[in-house]
Ligand binder design. Structure first.
Ligand SMILES: Cc1cc2nc3c(=O)[nH]c(=O)nc-3n(C[C@H](O)[C@H](O)[C@H](O)COP(=O)(O)OP(=O)(O)OC[C@H]3O[C@@H](n4cnc5c(N)ncnc54)[C@H](O)[C@@H]3O)c2cc1C
Length: 415
């Protein structure tokens, strides 16, 4: 596997970014776009230049895109913009008084402003067998390269978790000719992020493509043959024989050093509307940052999306530049499975109504979510027009009637 050699770093940076994912890369890019002329470094655990994570369960996994094509910027970009990359360096501690961080190797670095953009790590399953060879998660390039190196010897794959990453992986692996079983603990897939009509549609699609999809299914353990996974035993005793297990059960925010330094938060690190943590001169952005969202009825939430990482990065860059801008971006997200493109705008998690617009049987339709009669989100399947035009309904919390919203003859832009 080609990796980049960690470069030498200075002792102090005006802006020090921890984490070289979407959020970390974007804050450095946004600062240079705004003519920030101070010193910037990105210190990150992985040995790769910043790259896009969504293709890992889509076209990078399928082999349709190589690594060069998923880099966030071309290789020379960082050097040309005078952004130092400290690859292969995991930050273990933050000293907010001294304005210094400590790296795993014991070295320390000073900062003027610290931007914590460390995302998170894949949650591992706690049952026995979780660390056997052949058990994978999909969070980093290394994860996917390792998984791919075992694919030729794999006929059957068990995917634990029917969330977006598990379902995307199931779709790719099915297309690659593998026999895929998806094991979901709840009574429907995508239960935490989408309404029932969308879940049922994707369940039918996966089954139609040959996936053995099990709902209400508890995993007891992963079975071991000579140190390798050879099956998943379910709570009812059934054994799903397989050569590979993919665990897609969410992520854990990488925030321990910041929390140990005193930053407030629960599952992540709390930030204000300018992405500032409770520590002086320390920002947090992206998957690890929890913020109060007007799109979630004022609740404090963490979003795991490229949109959130990018827009929070811009808000933090604006504040660093002395022109604070409140983070108030409409959440959006996408997922590709087979020939289906799902586009989501808004947040549906506390909806009380899910209206279907169009006919799921045509494989082009939308689900419009409302709370107390107001539109809060749309899930659009092969329906880009609805996605583009529905955004305004979310921003304005439209009170249009369900008859109008569900009438495919009425364009959403005309509502
Ligand atoms: C397989 C997959 C598919 C996805 N698909 C979609 C999609 O279709 N659409 C969408 O909108 N979003 C998608 N996402 C989510 C999206 O990729 C994330 O929301 C986004 O990557 C978050 O960016 P981030 O910079 O906050 O975190 P990350 O991208 O996780 O980057 C954080 C970086 O910090 C590093 N790091 C962690 N701890 C430390 C430490 N202590 N010291 C130094 N470095 C550290 C990590 O190794 C990592 O390189 C997907 C995610 C995955 C994993």
């Amino acid at each position: 596997m080609a990796t980049d050699v960690p470069s030498e770093l200075a002792d102090h940076y005006d802006v020090l970014v921890v984490g070289g994912g979407h959020a970390g890369a974007q804050v450095a890019i946004a600062l240079r776009q705004r003519n920030f002329d101070g010193t910037i470094a990105i210190v990150t655990e992985e040995f790769e230049q910043p790259y896009e994570r969504p293709p890992l369960s889509k076209d990078y996994l399928s082999g349709e895109k190589d690594f060069e094509r998923i880099l966030i910027r071309p290789k020379d970009f960082w050097r040309d913009r005078h952004i130092d990359l400290g690859l292969g360096r995991r930050v273990t501690a933050v000293d907010p008084q001294a304005h210094r961080i400590t790296v795993e190797d014991g070295s320390t670095l000073g900062y003027g402003q610290l931007v914590w953009a460390a995302g998170g790590h894949a949650r591992s399953i706690s049952c026995s067998g979780h660390n056997l060879a052949g058990v994978h998660s999909i969070r980093s390039r290394k994860d996917v390269d390792t998984l791919e190196s075992e694919l030729a010897a794999t006929t059957r794959v068990a995917v634990i978790g029917g969330g977006y990453i598990g379902l995307e992986a199931a779709a790719v692996l099915t297309k690659l000719g593998k026999q895929v079983t998806v094991l979901e603990a709840l009574d429907r897939v995508l239960a935490r992020v989408a309404g029932e009509p969308l879940s049922r549609f994707f369940e039918a699609e996966h089954r139609a493509h040959g996936v053995d999809l099990r709902l209400n299914t508890q995993v007891d353990c992963i079975q071991d043959r000579d140190g390798r996974a050879c099956g998943v035993r379910l709570a009812d005793g059934e054994i799903i024989a397989c050569e590979m297990v993919i665990v897609g059960i969410g992520m854990i925010p990488s925030v321990a050093p910041l929390r140990a330094a005193g930053a407030g938060g629960d599952a992540g690190v709390d930030v204000d509307e300018h992405c500032r943590t409770s520590l002086p001169d320390v920002f947090a952005i992206g998957d690890c940052a929890a913020h109060k969202s007007a799109f979630a009825d004022g609740a404090t939430i963490r979003l795991e999306s490229v949109q959130n990482a990018t827009d929070m990065a811009t808000a933090a860059a604006q504040t660093i530049m002395g022109a604070p801008q409140v983070y108030h971006a409409v959440p959006w997200f996408w997922s590709n499975q087979y020939d289906l493109r799902l586009q989501t705008v808004g947040l549906s998690w506390n909806h009380d109504e899910a209206l279907v617009r169009g006919d799921p049987g045509t494989r082009s339709f939308s689900v419009i979510y409302r709370r107390s009669g107001r539109v809060i989100a749309l899930d659009c399947v092969n329906a880009t027009k609805d996605y583009v035009q529905g955004r305004r309904l979310v921003v304005q919390a439209s009170e249009a009637s369900s008859e109008v919203l569900q009438d495919p003859a009425t364009l959403l832009k005309d509502i």
